[in-house]
Design a protein around this ligand. Structure first.
Ligand code: IFM
Length: 455
């Protein structure tokens, strides 16, 4: 791609029907953690807990207030529209709707999301809803959370409650945000809520999440006329660190663990246990009818891309490899989270999903970066973020030009927000948030999008 082509990029090159949106998640922006009848989520518990000798979240921060979106949603929705976007992706907090996870519905919680949907529609923004972006009701975690098979029923009931209330106005649905992150992060390596280190619980949670993909998709289709149902995966292309059989085995093993285990069972391809020893005991959680029940034909798949990873072989037979950041500092720039910026990786991620030949439509449901943003007066000169977006969008356009059915792109994120165990230091927004005053300042990247989307 030449500079001319790169910098001449226009939104119209992606086609008239292409969706341009911004994405957010409930726990990361809403705040109001104990307001209007909301029950506690596992992230409330995790961030309020101290794990000796260090806090669970770097510098002990939490999402109690975050961006206070719960009270400021109208202005923030209008802001999304004012930057030129046509869609707003957001998630529902399960414990805001069902404080105990099951049973009694919290009318005030459902009303809040209904108002957000209306605000989107009033601003000409198509609402795209994610049912689950990691904030499980604590009451359900107390019963085992994702590791308890009963969650298939609990989650289906939750999906039904939300679909019945919002389905008259919302047509685009995503079941999950990044199963990898909350299954492995929450149950295997304990880096996120609920902070568990257990291979068994991790494997059980993976299987139950995969069953829930199909169960919730069915509920959404039953309850919402003309529903367009998908889910999202963070797709990390895995690079081998050498050519030997050991290196290639390590690459296959990590790819199975990070990517395939969440995608292939839903396509009827089973679990990639032959390629990754760590996954093998998942078989004990599979019951007789599961192979059929787990299959789902999604209307679209959400591709989320941040960086590639590499797979150095390890002398531990079960694991074989662990993900390592690909930190070739000479070739790639590095962001605040320590990830290298590798725009060609998004092309590979899209190509990979397309290669299954099972997704009629692919939407980039998250892509973005955290760079050191400073407020200078009323301006944030985030040239590195603009460059990031330009280079990734050029690759998305290349993928589209090569015949992949890519129909939309969502920036992560509209606002700076609570970046999970990393707290508030990484800033991913097109809009800067001064957390002390809740003032919003559109960054140069926000203005760049506004200009880009106008041509
Ligand atoms: O902030 C997260 C988001 O919640 C899930 N995808 C990755 C983002 C950036 O790390």
């Amino acid at each position: 791609m030449t500079d001319m082509e790169l910098y001449g990029l226009r939104a119209s090159d992606f086609g008239a029907g292409f969706t341009w949106g911004v994405a957010t998640a409930s726990y990361q922006i809403e705040g109001a953690w104990n307001v209007d009848g909301k029950g506690p989520s596992i992230w409330d518990t995790f961030t309020h807990r101290r794990r000796w000798p260090l806090p669970t979240v770097r510098s002990g921060e939490n999402g109690d207030v975050a961006c206070d979106f719960y009270h400021r949603y109208r202005d923030d929705v209008t802001l999304s529209w004012s930057l030129g976007f046509g869609a707003k992706r957001f998630s529902i907090s399960w414990p805001r709707v069902l404080p105990m996870g099951v049973g009694r519905v919290n009318a005030a919680g459902l009303d809040f999301y209904s108002r957000v949907v209306d605000a989107c529609l009033e601003n000409g923004l198509d609402p795209w809803i994610t049912l689950y972006h990691w904030d499980l009701p604590q009451a359900l975690q107390d019963r085992g959370g994702w590791a308890n098979r009963d969650i298939v029923g609990w989650f289906s009931d939750y999906a039904r409650v939300v679909a019945e209330r919002l389905g008259d106005r919302v047509k685009r649905w995503m079941v999950f945000n990044e199963p990898l992150s909350f299954c492995a992060g929450g149950y295997l390596i304990g880096a996120g809520a609920p902070g568990i280190f257990s291979r068994q619980k991790f494997l059980a949670s993976v299987h139950h999440v995969n069953l829930c993909q199909a169960a919730a998709a069915k509920v959404l289709r039953d309850k919402v006329a003309n529903a367009v149902v998908g889910t999202t995966h963070v797709t990390a292309p895995v690079k081998a660190t050498g050519d030997s059989a050991r290196h290639l085995r390590a690459q296959r093993s990590l790819d199975a663990l990070l990517n395939r285990v969440y995608i292939e069972p839903n396509l009827g391809l089973g679990y990639p246990t032959n390629d990754c020893g760590l996954l093998r005991p998942i078989e004990r959680y599979i019951l007789s009818d599961d192979e059929r029940a787990i299959q789902v034909d999604f209307d679209f798949i959400g591709a989320q891309y941040y960086t590639r990873v590499s797979a150095p072989p390890l002398p531990i037979p079960l694991v074989g490899t662990l993900p390592r950041r690909d930190q070739d500092f000479r070739r790639y720039e590095i962001n605040v989270l320590g990830n290298t910026t590798q725009p060609e990786g998004i092309y590979e991620a899209l190509e990979r999903l397309h290669s299954y030949k099972r997704f009629p439509s692919i939407v980039v449901t998250e892509n973005g970066t955290s760079v050191p943003d400073d407020l200078e007066g009323d301006r944030v000169y985030d040239v590195r973020r603009i460059d990031y977006y330009r280079r990734h969008l050029a690759q998305v356009l290349r993928a589209k030009g090569d015949g992949m059915p890519i129909d939309g792109y969502f920036c992560w994120s509209l606002l700076d927000n609570f970046e999970w165990a990393e707290g508030y230091v990484p800033r991913f927004g097109l809009v800067y948030v001064d957390y002390a005053t809740q003032k919003r300042v559109v960054k140069d990247s926000g203005y760049w999008f506004k200009q880009f989307l106008s041509v």
